[in-house]
Design a protein around this ligand. Structure first.
Ligand SMILES: Cc1cc2nc3c(=O)[nH]c(=O)nc-3n(C[C@H](O)[C@H](O)[C@H](O)COP(=O)(O)OP(=O)(O)OC[C@H]3O[C@@H](n4cnc5c(N)ncnc54)[C@H](O)[C@@H]3O)c2cc1C
Ligand SMILES: *[C@@H]1O[C@H](CO)[C@@H](O)[C@H](O)[C@H]1NC(C)=O
Ligand SMILES: *[C@@H]1O[C@H](CO)[C@@H](O)[C@H](O)[C@H]1NC(C)=O
Ligand SMILES: *[C@@H]1O[C@H](CO)[C@@H](O)[C@H](O)[C@H]1NC(C)=O
Ligand SMILES: *[C@@H]1O[C@H](CO)[C@@H](O)[C@H](O)[C@H]1NC(C)=O
Ligand SMILES: *[C@@H]1O[C@H](CO)[C@@H](O)[C@H](O)[C@H]1NC(C)=O
Length: 655
């Protein structure tokens, strides 16, 4: 048997190996087990101190034991059940469910806001149905959230194969992850908070959506962040802070600011007043003290425990909306815990906040959608509307550059020091993130007063031998291997280019009428010529960066990613890069648009400017799917504002 001193060191190494393994393969659970096993081993050994070869009077063992109980207590505190709403499902299983004034489907970014604000009025009773359960610890620790991909905390859907995009992905299919738990996708996302460009919303108004001007968006935003002295009020629940900076990134930051400055781009310091052309590191995020601040936590859970008019049923999959003969939505059908079928009556309105894929899916399952499609899958028609069309996303095109000269490397989130810093002080790499980003106009790099059409994000370093994001993104093994072989001796800089104003549109439909079947997603990224041209301009822009003095100082060079099909074309020709786009233009996970907001005369619209579904009564959509055109920037911010505005309209209509 090993003594405590020996086992401290050997366990340290084992734990580290395990954690690296876990982060590579996304098996977050292993981290938990490793911590538990680690703790358990130490406790067992602590009881066997007489076997320790080192002389001790026991003080050291006491200190070490204290350290471990502190870390373990901190771990338990981070995601205790009281952070989340109570589960009314237990009650539902034993008594008859009463009718509710409102049923909200989905407790994600938007649904959590709507539930919280609507139940501010004690006269209204509200039921929330959420398909997932409470978030796991890894969702709370922002540096570990990416390990949750492809676990039960995600809706893991893939689009149909498409020649224009995602050819580098496994099975050549674009990946469409969304969060499945209290807090929804806002509980697993990158936490970046942007509202967009003023023109985004002013264009919504121009296309017939009164009340959605940029001025109005700003007013709602200010109200959402304004803290109220009364803790019971849901106002002021939007919690935003800057990320802790990642250590050792100053050199990279300077290098990029210097290079972009050489190309004439200013440093911008405020994105909340609307994004502008330039580069910035000053990005707000839904975080506080190293922890995630999803709306599921700050809006919904905060008020649920002190209100009697708000119930949340977890693990409840809504499957169908029932309508009266007059086209009024009257009830929601759902399956509890994969087993029990329920139907809950609704007196006033049903609010769909199930997100860009599942909201249109639920409408289609209920008979609201394109007539021909519903006929094909055998769902009786209630109302013929263009539900599920207009699916779009910013998409992203990764480019990799290799360093010829050394650059400072950051401490890894999985290093011992990072783990210690996090659990003892909620600081360090696990609590931090890097958000240097740029907004440019690809049509004219020197025009600084136009609306940006390209978003440059990521700017992260991949140390020699580190697998980086290629495997995490779901790129084909053989491409990852070829790529790693070629780059194993270099530190890499990863840059992602996203289209702020994508033109391509896809769709979401049903495979069958079975509500538990996955959706049929037609992913048309890069289908529109203009999108491909903009992506080519992005590549040419990065090549200009490579030519700056600042990048040359580090001998930075674009990596020629080996792709057999594209390598038949002369490297660096426009044709070559269009081929690269087919392979590497992938999801940026900002899907919107599938229940488009627009006036009745717009035959492609699904909801009106007050978010009511056209042609039926008692049903609204309040989530990312109502955006007629995507906001310029990561979509969570705009989605939360949509929810705030939607909740306000509900209050106006039912006060
Ligand atoms: C990996 C990733 C990273 C991202 N990073 C960022 C970022 O850094 N910044 C940013 O701004 N945006 C980011 N986004 C996008 C952003 O998080 C989403 O745009 C936003 O969360 C959408 O909110 P929503 O309310 O429309 O949907 P969601 O938050 O997805 O909420 C939908 C909820 O409904 C539930 N649900 C679905 N179907 C049913 C059903 N039938 N019955 C009951 N419940 C159901 C789901 O489980 C979920 O909880 C990211 C997205 C992903 C996937
Ligand atoms: C950035 O530019 C400044 C001013 O010219 C220079 O002092 C600094 O060394 C540069 N930083 C990097 C990382 O190149
Ligand atoms: C933003 O901040 C940087 C650093 O403090 C400063 O150099 C720059 O001028 C600022 N930009 C604007 C537009 O205010
Ligand atoms: C690009 O923008 C600059 C500054 O606004 C302008 O002077 C120039 O004419 C533009 N070039 C083109 C090709 O439009
Ligand atoms: C990387 O370096 C090692 C050790 O110097 C060498 O054996 C290997 O061939 C190098 N790999 C490549 C792809 O150049
Ligand atoms: C774009 O998508 C449409 C509709 O799916 C399809 O008809 C068209 O052929 C696509 N265009 C290209 C260039 O693939």
């Amino acid at each position: 048997m090993r003594n405590i001193c020996g086992s401290l060191f050997s366990n340290k190494k084992t734990l580290k190996d395990l954690i690296i393994f876990a982060s590579i393969f996304g098996l977050a659970i292993i981290i938990c087990c490793a911590l538990v096993v680690f703790g358990a081993t130490i406790n067992k050994n602590a009881a066997e101190t007489d076997k320790c070869a080192t002389e001790t009077v026991g003080v050291t063992d006491g200190l070490i034991s204290n350290l471990f109980s502190t870390i373990n207590a901190a771990k338990c505190e981070l995601s205790k059940p009281e952070l989340w709403p109570k589960d009314y499902g237990k009650v539902a299983l034993t008594t008859q469910l009463d009718a509710y004034d409102f049923v909200i489907v989905g407790a994600g970014s938007a649904g959590s806001v709507v539930a919280s604000r609507l139940s501010d009025n004690p006269k209204l009773n509200v039921l929330v149905l959420e398909a997932g359960g409470d978030p796991p610890l890894e969702a709370e620790i922002i540096g570990l959230s990416s390990t949750l991909h492809r676990t039960k905390y995600f809706w893991t859907d893939y689009a149909e194969r498409n020649q224009n995009c995602c050819q580098a992905m496994k099975d050549e299919k674009c990946y469409w992850p969304r969060g499945k738990m209290i807090g929804g996708t806002g509980e697993v996302n990158g936490n970046i908070f942007l509202l967009g460009h003023p023109n985004n919303f002013d264009r919504w108004v121009l296309s017939g959506n009164d009340g959605w001007s940029w001025q109005e968006i700003q007013k709602i935003y200010k109200r959402a962040i304004k803290q109220m002295p009364n803790q019971l009020n849901s106002q002021g629940r939007l919690i935003l802070n800057n990320f802790d900076p990642l250590e050792n990134y100053d050199e990279l930051t300077e290098m990029i600011f210097n290079a972009t400055n050489e190309l004439g781009f200013p440093q911008i310091n405020n994105t909340i007043d609307g994004i502008k052309i330039g580069y910035t590191q000053n990005i707000l995020a839904t975080v506080d003290n190293g922890l995630r601040m999803s709306t599921g936590k700050t809006y919904l859970a905060k008020v649920e425990r002190i209100r009697t008019n708000l119930h949340v049923i977890k693990n409840a999959l809504a499957t169908k909306i029932h309508f009266s003969g007059q086209g009024k939505a009257t009830a929601v059908e759902f399956i509890l815990q994969d087993t029990y079928k329920f139907r809950v009556k609704v007196n006033k309105e049903i609010i769909l906040s199930a997100g860009v894929i599942n909201t249109p899916k639920l409408l289609l399952q209920s008979g609201i959608g394109p007539h021909a499609h519903l006929q094909k899958v055998g769902v009786p028609l209630i109302k013929d509307l263009k539900v599920g069309q207009n699916l779009h996303d910013h998409g992203m095109l990764p480019l990799m550059l290799k360093f010829g000269q050394d650059i400072a490397l950051p401490i890894k989130p999985t290093d011992m020091q990072s783990i210690f810093d996090f659990f003892t002080q909620q600081k360090g790499a696990l609590a931090a993130s890097y958000t240097l980003m740029g907004f440019i106009n690809s049509k004219n790099f020197s025009s600084l007063n136009t609306e940006p059409n390209l978003h440059l994000v990521s700017h992260t370093l991949k140390a020699k031998g580190d697998p980086g994001s290629f495997s995490f993104l779901g790129i084909k093994d053989e491409l990852v291997q070829l790529f790693e072989l070629q780059t194993q001796n270099f530190t890499l800089l990863q840059i992602m280019g996203s289209l702020l104003l994508p033109k391509s549109r896809g769709s979401v439909m049903l495979r069958t009428s079975d509500p538990t079947a996955p959706p049929l997603i037609i992913n048309n990224y890069g289908n529109h010529t203009e999108d491909r041209v903009t992506l080519l301009q992005y590549v040419r822009y990065v090549q200009k960066l490579v030519e700056t003095k600042s990048f040359r100082k580090y001998d930075l060079e674009l990596v020629h990613v080996p792709i057999p099909e594209c390598d038949r074309i002369a490297y660096d020709t426009d044709e070559y890069w269009y081929c690269y786009v087919k392979y590497f233009f992938i999801s940026s996970w900002h899907g919107v648009g599938t229940c488009k907001m627009g006036p009745i005369k717009d035959t492609t619209a699904v909801v009106d400017a007050r978010l009511r579904v056209h042609g039926v009564k008692g049903i609204r959509v309040i989530d990312a799917s109502i955006m007629p055109d995507i906001s310029s920037g990561n979509t969570n911010g705009a989605t939360i504002i949509i929810a705030e505005k939607g909740a306000q309209m509900l209050q106006e209509d039912w006060s």
